[in-house]
Design a protein around this ligand. Structure first.
Ligand code: HEM
Length: 199
């Protein structure tokens, strides 16, 4: 008698969808990230430009690819999900350090805008979700890896955090430029990624 098959998760992407979206994320991180990093002057500004570039690579590309990889399911993909997500967290910390340093150099106060409040909330929560994922849900040594409530909270919380972070990224760009082409080029891919990654 054939072994019973477990149904694939409803949102599991096909191999073609996964590879296409990951490729699109990589192009977006490098192209879109550099584009926003050089606003509004068109040139690289040290250390400011590291902030939008690393935030786009970290919060959009690495974390987005991490979320897509988890949807593939299985032991190896869960570990890859952790590696991508932590890479995203480290880029995020680098991006925050860049903007912190930039403000210190300019003698400006910290955390004074909606962008910064939403952004810091998303970053702190991303770090907490990463810690919970690694300590509690890790497939090898997670202390409560089969706990359905924590798994659900991790998944739902992470989707919310990514949505907030992407919103903050768009608002961050809007502070730098209101040029419609720039806003569409940066914002439209986020809208396209969202249903594949966050639902
Ligand atoms: C997920 C993406 C992002 C997050 C989580 C984020 C987070 C933050 C945070 C926490 C601050 C405050 C730093 C401080 O007060 O010391 C900040 C400042 C800033 N960010 Fe972002 N950022 C993101 C993306 C972007 C992007 C894409 C741009 C522009 C293209 C940008 C432009 C700025 C600017 C101009 C400031 C200084 C003004 C302010 O504090 O609002 N950010 N960001």
């Amino acid at each position: 008698m054939p072994a019973p098959q477990r149904a694939a998760p409803a949102t599991k992407p096909s191999a073609t969808t996964y590879v296409s979206i990951v490729g699109f994320y990589v192009l977006y991180a490098l192209g879109g990230g550099y584009m926003v990093a050089t606003q509004p002057s068109g040139g690289w500004q040290q250390p400011f430009s590291w902030h939008p570039l690393l935030m786009t690579i970290g919060m959009v590309a690495f974390m987005g690819i991490g979320a897509m990889t988890k949807k593939l399911g299985g032991y190896d993909n869960t570990k890859l999900h952790a590696i991508f997500s932590w890479s995203g967290i480290f880029c995020t910390l680098g991006g925050l350090y860049a903007i912190y340093t930039n403000k210190e150099q300019m003698g400006r106060p910290h955390l004074t805008s909606w962008h910064s409040w939403i952004g810091i909330a998303a970053a702190v929560n991303a770090l907490c979700l990463g810690l919970v994922g690694s300590i509690v849900l890790h497939p090898d040594f997670g202390v409560d890896k089969t706990n359905k409530t924590i798994r659900f909270a991790h998944k739902t919380g992470a989707r919310l955090v990514l949505a907030l972070a992407w919103g903050a990224a768009f608002v961050g760009l809007y502070k730098m430029t209101q040029e419609p082409t720039m806003l569409i080029l940066y914002g439209a891919p986020l809208v396209i990624f969202a249903p594949f990654t966050l639902i």
